[in-house]
Ligand binder design. Structure first.
Ligand SMILES: [Zn+2]
Length: 88
């Protein structure tokens, strides 16, 4: 089973920061408690010649189920607030 949560292009510039933040989250926030699979951010291939535009066409959180993705997102928001990073 696979679930995806699309990341909107307006948030693409935050992805690197979000990935870095995810590395510091505890395993129970990153892995599904039911299926044991890790939720990751998946990006499509890089687009050529973007000149400051979005670097890739699509990005999404990918995991085994919606609840795992929701749990990770809550943890990301909580961690962002703790660090004083704006959550948009
Ligand atoms: Zn799951």
């Amino acid at each position: 089973m696979t679930a995806q949560l699309r990341i909107y292009p307006s948030k693409f510039c935050d992805i690197l920061r979000t990935k870095d933040l995810m590395k510091h989250l505890p395993e129970e926030a990153r892995f599904c408690s039911e299926h044991g699979e890790e939720v990751i951010i998946s990006e499509s291939e890089l687009l050529p010649n973007q000149n400051g535009g979005v670097p890739f066409a699509r990005a999404a959180f990918v995991g085994c189920c919606d609840s795992a993705i929701r749990k990770l997102n809550s943890a990301i928001i909580a961690e962002s607030l703790k660090r004083g990073v704006p959550v948009n």
